[in-house]
Design a protein around this ligand. Sequence first.
Ligand SMILES: [Zn+2]
Length: 228
Amino acid sequence: MKHRGVVQLANSLWDLAVGRRCLTCDRVGPPWCDRCLRSVVDIHTRQTPGGARVVAAARYSGSVRTAVVAYKEHGHLALAVPLGRLLAGALAPGRPSAFGARTAIVPIPSTRAATRMRGNDHACRLARQAGALSGVSAVKALRWASPISDQAGLSASERRLNVAGAMVAKPPRATSSVALVVDDIMTTGATLDEGTRALTSAGWVVASVSVVAGVDDRRALAPRDPLR
Ligand SMILES: [Zn+2]
């Protein structure tokens, strides 16, 4: 697994040192140019099975899907910057002053198995990017307390059962007790509900739940997408 981490690092350094073409328009420059990034913004709301309102910055299709898969599965870590920009736009659309002093961005963590396999925790990296743009600290308050089965092929209700009670949260601190929960994509929303439950049980106030992209068609998911 170390080898995979080395490959990811090499990809990332290559991205930074040489630059690449925009994944959408193929112009030489950043991996996702400003114009193409802006064209995918489609801020909309969704609902989890538990009734939480989720703000998504875009739809999980086309170049958004390409970027998420390249970032998560192929180690193109430079894409954390544009993906983090999308996520920041979904934190409190049109209301940047909504963040209080005790607010923290809390990412849904990858499972230990997924982090080992990919060599990094992609959601935490996105949370830090979005936080830097929004002036809000990212806090790794959540962790998986028990292993979960791969969510691939599970129905919405099976997913909910699979993750129920599987996360725990650190108790809030005086400096951060209001959570803006974030993740990269929302499929059924079961994991977002579980993260919200764990945070609330630990004493956090969950002010919002935001994702980079919402999945309309689960057939668009890459084979390993469901693995956190
Ligand atoms: Zn472009």
